[in-house]
Design a binder for this molecule. Sequence first.
Ligand SMILES: [Zn+2]
Length: 309
Amino acid sequence: MSVAYFTSEEHFSHFTDEEHPEHAMRILAIEQELKARHLWDQLIHIKGEEATIPDILRAHSKGYVDQLHLIQPEHGHIYVDEDTQMSPGSLRAALWSAGSCTSALDALMRNDYQHAFVATRPPGHHAEHKKAMGFCFLNNVAISALRAADQHHLQRIAILDFDAHQGNGTIDILGNDHRFMICSSFQHPFYPYSHYQEGRYNNLINTPLEAGTGSATFRAEIESAWLPAVRSFAPELIIVSAGFDAHRDDPMAELCLLDNDYHWLADQIISLATPRSTPVLSILEGGYHLGALGRCVAEYLQPFVKHKA
Ligand SMILES: [Zn+2]
């Protein structure tokens, strides 16, 4: 099976200012590193598409989407919350970001590929049902998961979120919906400071990590809390909120993962997927140190590329 790499140039439409950590250079840094390691030529490159409104409205309220269109500026940028910038092209980019994910999903469901990685921005996992936050407008993972359930009739979808920040938006949208199992590891206490309440969501495995947590503790937590639970859930699809800001070099969090932890994570996900040939859809979330982001995405993709042989 081949590994597909989905992206689109529409992400350039989401223009953030120079000081903002979530900017277009992130995608370019990934591509540069993949080329340097000769991984680029081993991926199948596919341009994403614009998301459809019915796909968006499975995850977000119509009132919220209408409001996003109303507040989008005609020039310059505004702040939707204290750190989420919106420019004249942000919604276009967000729709293409979500649509790249759903087109990757459809390709997996056609069995074109076993694994697809979507290099996309703006990211999505903080966007709630009716709230933009944390650099996110539309929840790419939740939109894809709901399309997989409703249009492809899947009944068990596992969502693995190893970004340094909890996937509060994904939990807000998919919490207590038993078609989905959500595993989220994150620095704690830390942004977004929500959706922690013990027992509130019975399809959620929260894996809080203290600031300074390194490889050994992280791996032990994933091994004990995630892997057996996902195996017994027996997902028909694995969607990964692939954020790379838990790396030691990342300026946005205080976790201390190393490059090869992302290689290890990919190995674990492949071990979950292999017995039933479960397709894996990985969607870029955070990762703000350009060098570490490029290296960690390469480390993460390497096992998938190798596994295809
Ligand atoms: Zn993050």
